[in-house]
Design a protein around this ligand. Structure first.
Ligand SMILES: [Zn+2]
Length: 322
């Protein structure tokens, strides 16, 4: 039997050799990015909601704000050096994002940091680069954005974006920037939600963007197809808890955008409890579907199961990694 990794490899190499366009179209299965978005549940849900959602601006402190409503939560630092964005949202919400960014000040957008490669954090790269942003990311994020990606759990292929949308500066472990009088620390988590997750800490403001290693109040997606895992996600939560204090404003990738250590700790403990429940079922010989039927998330569903990742989906995600 083929493992999903082998399937992924064979599909990816197949995709790459026919990606010329005409050949792919003639084969009838590799359709353009937009067509997939029309067809596919989670992706289209996120995209459609971004196209129509207003952007909510939450002003935090020390010229740092968070913009909510275009895919992942976007942090913005303003100042004389130009606007620094953490994540670029979804391209379709560009008009609303421009309005929200203009309201924060007249300076140009000069820097964009991608916390990881997922489209709801990088789909805006192209227009933000055209607007003047240098794009910085982990080297694995650049690698994934440079080639076709298949997310098995989403049943979705992402075509590589135009070259301007590819990060031009990569980091392997850590980097510190000094912009607008702020020390901005970028740090690689190691494999967690994907294999390219960065945290971004604004030191003087005591604000910390955790990317998609933290979904505030909702079950998270974890992308095994590009190196994520449940254990890596729990380890990332521990790293964030160790790097922050009770006054730190923690920005999650998804969910209520202004958070803190107590909420992150609750998220981490939820992950660990469900991980243990699912691991017990798996080691007792239950299949994935039997594990879902046993409802190992039941105690948490009322609070955490209200977004796109439902209890059954989250159980399958955890089952894969224990
Ligand atoms: Zn993500």
């Amino acid at each position: 039997m083929q493992t999903s990794r082998e399937k992924l490899q064979s599909r990816r190499s197949f995709c790459l050799c026919c990606i010329g366009g005409a050949g792919a179209a003639a084969l009838g299965w590799l359709t353009p990015r937009q067509a997939f978005a029309e067809a596919r549940g989670i992706v289209s849900l996120i995209k459609d909601s971004a196209a129509t959602s207003p952007i909510m601006t939450h002003r935090l402190r020390n010229n740092v704000s968070v913009l909510e409503g275009s895919g992942g939560n976007i942090a913005v630092l303003t100042g004389a050096d130009g606007k620094v964005l953490v994540d670029g949202g979804i391209g379709v919400s560009r008009p609303q994002l421009i309005k929200a960014l203009d309201a924060l000040g007249g300076e140009p957008i000069t820097h964009l940091i991608n916390t990881h490669w997922h489209f709801d954090h990088t789909d805006g790269n192209e227009w933000l680069h055209a607007a003047g942003a240098r794009i910085i990311a982990h080297q694995n994020t650049k690698k994934h954005l440079s080639e076709i990606q298949r997310v098995e759990d989403w049943d979705y292929n992402f075509l590589p974006p135009p070259s301007g949308a590819i990060p031009s500066e990569v980091i392997t472990n850590a980097r510190e920037l000094k912009l607008n009088g702020m020390s901005i620390a970028l740090k690689y988590y190691g494999p967690a939600h994907t294999d390219g997750d960065l945290s971004v800490a604004f030191a003087e403001a005591n604000i910390f963007h955790a990317g998609d290693t933290f979904w505030n109040g909702i079950y998270p997606f974890i992308d095994y197809s590009t190196g994520g895992s449940i254990d890596g996600t729990i380890a990332a939560c521990d790293a964030t808890l160790a790097a922050t204090n009770n006054d730190t404003i923690i920005i999650p990738g998804h969910g209520k955008p202004v958070s803190n250590k107590a909420e992150l700790k609750e998220f981490r403990d939820m992950l660990a409890a469900i991980r243990d429940n699912v691991a017990k079922l798996k080691s007792a010989g239950k299949t994935r579907d039997e594990a879902v039927d046993a409802r190992p998330t039941a105690a948490f569903d009322a609070k955490w199961g209200q977004f796109v990742i439902d209890p059954g989906f989250f159980t399958r995600i955890v089952y894969q990694g224990v």
